[in-house]
Design a protein around this ligand. Structure first.
Ligand code: ADP
Length: 483
């Protein structure tokens, strides 16, 4: 595909319904080749403030559009996203590096949130409550928060946007999206499809530029009433502080450090399959990727033998080529981090079972890697690796492994495999995590609440609660005259 030949390929910002460009540009590169594939505007804080003004004007009209009509427009956006799956996936593959089949899967997943929230627009209900005093009654209505901002990461260039934009639009909010600088092209294409779907000007805007400049301007602007951010805990807590001056509403999907536990009574084949899917999707660059794999001593040999055979069979290559399972990492520093974690584990007594080296394709490539006998305090067990590394840590008892699993500031996702129902319930009750996969490595879905506890964030995306993040309650107390 030549990107320029597709009409949804945009190298400009979507501001108040127009495509705006600047002479100051940022390069977008293909991580598979490091080749520059596009440039996008590097906009300044003043332009952001103009976008916020446009969003505020648009919000006043959009909130009045009846819910069925808003839902219908969001639904049309869904249909257009699905109809453009192939071209969106190619754009994503070129800017992000993930295999084309995974990119198509992400478009379907991203679209599923749009469909879900298009329907939820019709279910923004209120409540009538008994009055506290004679002659009174209480009504609770829900209203859109107002102008929202979304700052999104590069690992899921479409889904991280639709999970925020679709509920905002369905709720009646206007939203400004700042995609990651590495992956703005998918976001801009989604913006173009939004125009075609009939989303009014100013209701959805997509801006590109330096993260700190745009982040500062959005956080400082008191007309922005809500920020939804997905990314690192470090940046999330910085944004949280920046939003404190006017107490903006916040949703934060931050870092994880997911444990993946294989008990001695687990179905080992299913555990291996589940780990492969959860770990190597997007080359391990997902916030719910299993980061620490705890395997009971009694089954560790069998588990390792089966896992290593499957890992060695994974095909690494350019995401556009047929049959590729794993593409490049996003950039060279991402590879450096994996190397640092592998070297640290080996220095602390771990053994290499598979991979363990950069690949000759270029600076952004690293082989899918398995280490065993990793120390429970190794760097890779304490920090998110965000790469194709499986560190296996042996354990002896349920109590010990729950201690390991919870010994982290994070609490996004956790996985465990057991065929014992009693153990399953005990472990679910003990584990400190917003999401738990029991005998599965695949947990995300539009109708499920995605989000974490502890330093992994605030709020939930998806499910019926996902729209609440874009709504405020208004309690009205009515005192009736005695007739
Ligand atoms: P990741 O490791 O996923 O890149 P980051 O937290 O660094 O996580 O980035 C997530 C998003 O936050 C990206 O869109 C990035 O551009 C943006 N970002 C990074 N630093 C800042 C900042 N200081 N202010 C606002 N946004 C930022």
């Amino acid at each position: 595909m030549t990107l320029n030949n597709t009409t949804i390929f945009k190298q400009a910002c979507l501001i108040n319904g127009d495509w705006m460009t600047t002479s100051d540009r940022l390069d977008v590169t293909n991580p598979a080749s490091n080749e520059v594939i596009a440039t996008v505007p590097n906009i300044d804080g003043d332009t952001i403030n103009k976008a916020v003004d446009a969003a505020e004007a648009a919000f006043k009209l959009w909130r009045k559009v009846p819910a069925p009509e808003r839902g219908e427009i969001v639904r049309r956006w869904h249909d257009l996203i699905v109809a453009h799956t192939d071209v969106l996936a190619e754009i994503m593959c070129c800017e992000q590096g993930k295999p084309l089949s995974e990119a198509k899967g992400e478009i379907a997943y991203a679209a599923s949130y749009v469909k879900w929230f298009a329907e939820e627009a019709m279910r923004i209900n209120g409540e009538i409550l008994p009055g506290a005093a004679a002659g009174t009654h209480i009504r609770v209505s829900r209203e859109p928060v107002g102008v929202c901002a979304a700052i999104t990461p590069w690992n899921f260039p479409a889904a991280m946007i639709t999970r925020k934009v679709a509920p905002a639009l369905a709720a009646g909010c206007a939203i400004i999206v700042k995609p990651a600088s590495q992956t703005p092209l998918t976001a801009l294409a989604l913006g173009e499809l939004g125009i075609r779907a009939g989303i009014p000007k100013g209701v959805l805007q997509v801006v590109t530029g330096k993260a700190s400049v745009i982040g500062d301007a959005l956080c400082k602007n008191t007309k922005v009433r809500k920020l939804s951010f997905t990314g690192s805990t470090e940046v999330g807590s910085h944004l949280m502080a920046q939003c404190s001056h006017d107490v903006k509403k916040l949703s934060l999907e931050l870092g994880g450090n997911a444990p993946f536990i294989v008990f001695d009574d687990a179905d080992i084949d299913r555990a291996v399959e589940g780990l492969l899917k959860a770990k190597f999707r997007n080359a391990g660059q997902t916030c719910i990727s299993p980061n620490r794999v705890y395997v009971h001593n009694a089954v560790i040999e069998t588990f390792q033998t089966k896992l290593v055979a499957k890992v060695n069979a994974l095909k690494v290559g350019n995401g556009l080529d047929d049959g590729v399972d794993i593409g490049p990492l996003i950039d060279a520093p991402a590879v450096d981090k994996v190397i640092e974690h592998v070297e640290n584990a080996l220095r602390n007594g771990a053994k290499l079972l598979a991979g363990g080296q950069r690949l000759a394709f270029g600076s952004n490539w690293y082989a899918p890697t398995v280490l065993t006998d990793v120390s429970a305090t190794a760097q890779c067990a304490c920090e998110e690796t965000f790469g194709p590394l499986v560190p296996i840590i042996p354990f002896a008892s349920e109590e010990q492994v729950i201690g390991y699993a919870n010994d982290t500031p994070f609490g996004l996702a956790a996985y465990f495999y057991t065929d014992n129902l009693h153990r399953a319930q005990r472990v679910v009750d003990e584990i400190e995590s917003g999401m738990v996969g029991i005998n599965t490595g695949v947990i995300s879905a539009a109708n499920a609440p995605f989000g974490g506890v502890k330093a992994s964030g605030l709020g939930r995306e998806g499910a019926h609660v996902g729209i609440e993040e874009y709504l405020e309650m208004k309690y009205q107390c009515y005192a009736m005259k005695n007739l």
